[in-house]
Design a protein around this ligand. Structure first.
Ligand SMILES: Cc1ncc(COP(=O)(O)O)c(C=O)c1O
Length: 395
């Protein structure tokens, strides 16, 4: 393959790609831990993790080795045949959360939500899905119907019928919304895209009780919050609640595309042919996921996220800037809500070689790899302190 120059790379992506993404003029070619390097060798601190994918850090050698080895053995195999890597992964995943011992594999977060919605309808024979305001569950039709923000929904109506939305963290509203017609209530234990809002423990516990009272199912969306990000393997473990369906994706296979649904005993009617996925459970992503889950355990990434998250939020709370409305989050899923639009501040951070995300218009979202070092966290806080002392306006 011919090596493309920097301008050829930018020209071809600008010309031939879909146009669906706002592109930043930086070409990244390599990563290691919490660092990314651009084509000129300039190092950036990655507090995006590819929207919460790189929990293990970039280029983890154990994931690389598992991929390289499996690529020489068997990359693809439909789930109608057995496979050693898939067996190893289901065995591991079936013990991650007591009470959820079956697994469905797909390829992304939105597909895991689609599957959970379908499983709850086929299981209960009901159509109603209650979701929350500010929720983000994905962009395909089922998950988009559960997503709240009209920015994602507009232009695609009519969406799937049977969905309603209730205010987040409001037990009374949930009590009214869940009925004997409800198949499931779907909720993020920490809302990510919606602005980094952790649920109250009592809210998730009440959701369990309310769903049980109506024989409705509880789906938790751990696509962003899963695999150590919040200081526990899954964010729902902070609440003591076991859901009926747990959706996950992003960092499960150390950066390789994968999605999964953990399935509890109340889910019925999952007979052959009811649902499926060509790539789901392929040996390559399964091998990567087995390696990733071992790393999460061996390196105690959840424990690291808990400690580093507390450290980061304490340091951020000490920043004395009139721009900051609130610092909130759980583990290394952190939001800094400003009293104004965050985009110029994210741009300024990028100019100083730190990548951060927004969550809505006014929240800076930090999702660094869980292996980020303390000196890197200090550098992040120092840079944020500096940047948040500036008066920046939207260009
Ligand atoms: C909570 C949540 N659910 C679902 C999704 C959709 O995942 P994907 O982009 O892999 O389809 C996302 C993506 O950001 C997410 O944050």
């Amino acid at each position: 393959m011919k090596t493309l120059t920097a301008s050829e790379i930018i020209e071809s992506e600008s010309h031939f790609a879909s146009g669906l993404y706002t592109k930043q003029p930086i070409i990244f070619v390599r990563g290691q831990g919490a660092s990314l390097w651009d084509i000129d060798g300039v190092e950036y601190l990655d507090c995006n993790s590819g929207h919460g994918v790189a929990n293990l850090g970039h280029a983890h050698p154990k994931v690389a080795a598992a991929l390289a080895e499996q690529a020489t053995k068997l990359v693809t195999l439909f789930e109608s045949f057995y496979n050693d890597q898939r067996a190893a992964l289901v065995q591991k995943m079936g013990t991650l959360m007591p009470g959820l011992d079956r697994v469905f594999f797909c390829n992304s977060g939105t597909e895991s939500i689609e599957a959970a919605i379908k499983f709850s309808r086929i299981s209960t024979g009901r159509a109603g899905i209650v979701a929350t305001m500010r929720a983000f569950h994905g962009r395909t039709f089922g998950s988009l119907s559960a997503t709240y923000n009209k920015k994602y929904r507009e232009g695609f109506e009519p969406l799937v019928p049977g969905f309603s939305h209730v205010p987040y963290n409001n037990i009374e509203a949930l009590e009214k919304a869940v009925t004997d017609e409800t198949a499931a209530f779907i909720v993020e234990v920490v809302q990510g895209e919606g602005g980094v809002y952790p649920a109250d423990k009592a809210y998730i516990q009440a959701a369990r009780r309310i769903c049980d009272a109506h024989d409705a199912l509880l789906i938790v969306d751990e696509v962003q919050s899963g695999f150590g990000r919040t200081g526990k393997l899954f964010a729902v473990q902070h609440t003591g609640v076991t859901p009926d369906l747990l959706c996950c994706a992003k960092s499960l296979a150390g950066g390789v595309p994968i999605g999964a649904v953990l399935i509890g005993p109340k889910i019925k009617n999952l007979a052959p042919g009811v649902h499926g996925s060509t790539f789901g459970g392929n040996p390559l992503s399964c091998a990567a996921a087995v390696a990733a889950l071992e790393i999460i355990e061996e390196e105690d990434l959840a424990g690291q996220a808990a400690e580093k998250g507390t450290y980061l939020m304490e340091k951020l709370s000490e920043i004395n800037s009139p721009l900051i409305r609130e610092v909130r989050g759980l583990g290394l899923m952190v939001g800094i809500e400003l009293k104004q639009k965050v985009q110029p501040y994210i741009k300024e951070l990028q100019a100083r070689h730190i990548l951060a995300l927004n969550a809505g218009l006014t929240v800076i979202r930090l999702l660094p790899p869980l292996v980020i070092t303390y000196p890197q966290l200090d550098h992040l806080v120092d840079t944020l302190r500096d940047v948040l002392s500036m008066e920046l306006k939207d260009a």
